[in-house]
Design a protein around this ligand. Structure first.
Ligand SMILES: *[C@@H]1O[C@H](CO)[C@@H](O)[C@H](O)[C@H]1NC(C)=O
Ligand SMILES: *[C@@H]1O[C@H](CO)[C@@H](O)[C@H](O)[C@H]1NC(C)=O
Ligand SMILES: *[C@@H]1O[C@H](CO)[C@@H](O)[C@H](O)[C@H]1NC(C)=O
Ligand SMILES: *[C@@H]1O[C@H](CO)[C@@H](O)[C@H](O)[C@H]1NC(C)=O
Length: 338
């Protein structure tokens, strides 16, 4: 099986497969962020309810997805198992790192009662101080940092959108502080995601009848990303021109994966409309997995989750991530080769 997978990996090139691990000297991966990378920390949430996890591992397991998400794809690319969620760490299961990502959280605190990125880094620092993570191991470690989308949604609720430019400034400044701090704790390779095109998310693209992304909203992501790219460039200059910090362009990879799927659909593929979620709450108050007092579903589910790009109204499906991830690999490659 292992040999087969290795051959598969060779021939498939950029396409990813699973189960090829290099356990002799695993690189450690530390993950910070929200539900795009959470693999089990938000215990009392829909991520632990049916139908989440229906594709992988076949039952709910703490991901806001039918299967694997960005954290899993990155870990697999690094030939390691997905790092243990912080909620479940013990003295023997941190050999591939730790995942601090927590659904619904942000750079700043959001309406979710979960740790913001700063608190996630605090937990990381504590593990180092307690020698549960050995400082030496961090030299070859990689960090993945993702967050921001929930900050914008929260700001929208709080009326901070009235002064969007100043909110964006403070958000990106805080992201830069976080990146710098992770590096100062000893990690020499830090990848941060650019914001996905929020106007494509099914929760928002409804106003375009799910036929296209809402460009006016995508502009929020573009403005954010422009500022973040500049901040990352500045950080790299501060660290003497070594590229410690790299960006993963979720913006263009989402757009380009969606375009490709649209084209394939126009030809002969069986993909669902990529702007349509597979699993959707009956009302805005319901999410994928909500049931009423009698246990009846408050959501609808598509026939074949593996043909959807979006799993629910905000998260890509496993198939979605598998289309996005190869488009990030040229950036991710820099984590390993430089
Ligand atoms: C640590 O957690 C793993 C699961 O991640 C479990 O298999 C193992 O028994 C635990 N070890 C200890 C010492 O509790
Ligand atoms: C993160 O959360 C902590 C604990 O709630 C809070 O004290 C802190 O101000 C928050 N940090 C940011 C940057 O919002
Ligand atoms: C149908 O789609 C597959 C890939 O999805 C492609 O390889 C094949 O050439 C297509 N066939 C036609 C007739 O367009
Ligand atoms: C649950 O079932 C009871 C009895 O059939 C019914 O009266 C009630 O309205 C149901 N509740 C919901 C939330 O559907």
């Amino acid at each position: 099986m292992l040999v087969l997978l290795l051959i598969f990996r060779e021939t498939e090139g950029a396409k990813k497969t699973y189960g090829v691990y290099d356990s002799s000297n695993p690189v450690k991966l530390f993950i910070f962020g929200d539900s795009y990378v959470d693999t089990g920390n938000f215990v009392h949430s829909e991520s632990y309810k049916v139908p989440n996890g229906i594709t992988y591992p076949g039952k709910p397991a703490g991901r806001f997805c039918d299967g694997r998400n960005l954290a899993d794809y990155l870990a697999s690319y690094l030939k390691i198992e997905t790092p243990t969620p912080y909620a479940f760490i013990n003295s023997t299961n941190m050999q591939c790192g730790v995942n601090f990502g927590y659904g619904g959280t942000g750079v700043f605190s959001t309406s979710i009662d979960g740790p913001n990125t700063t608190s996630q880094i605090d937990s990381f620092q504590k593990l180092i101080e307690q020698n549960q993570i050995i400082k030496q191991d961090l030299q070859s470690a990689i960090a993945l940092v993702n967050a921001g989308a929930n900050d914008y949604t929260n700001a929208l609720k709080d009326g901070k959108f009235l002064n969007l430019p100043s909110f964006r400034d403070s958000l990106v400044k805080q992201i830069a502080v976080n990146l710098k701090r992770i590096h100062s704790l000893g990690i020499n390779k830090v990848a941060v995601t650019l914001l996905q095109p929020v106007g494509c998310l099914p929760v928002l693209n409804l106003i375009a009848l799910r036929l296209e992304c809402v460009d006016l909203l995508n502009a929020v992501s573009r403005d954010h990303n422009k500022l973040l790219l500049q901040a990352v460039q500045d950080l790299n200059q501060e660290t003497g021109g070594q590229s410690v910090f790299i960006t993963l362009d979720l913006y263009n990879s989402f757009l380009s994966a969606i375009e490709t799927i649209k084209k394939q659909r126009a030809e002969n593929s069986t993909w669902m409309n990529p702007l349509q979620p597979c699993c959707e709450g009956k009302t805005l108050a319901d999410s994928c997995g909500t049931v009423d007092d009698n246990g009846s579903k408050r959501y609808s589910l598509c026939d074949t989750p593996t043909l959807s790009f979006f799993w629910d109204v905000v998260h890509p499906s496993q198939k979605g991530w598998s289309a996005i991830f190869p488009l990030l690999q040229s950036s991710i490659g820099q984590l390993i080769t430089t």
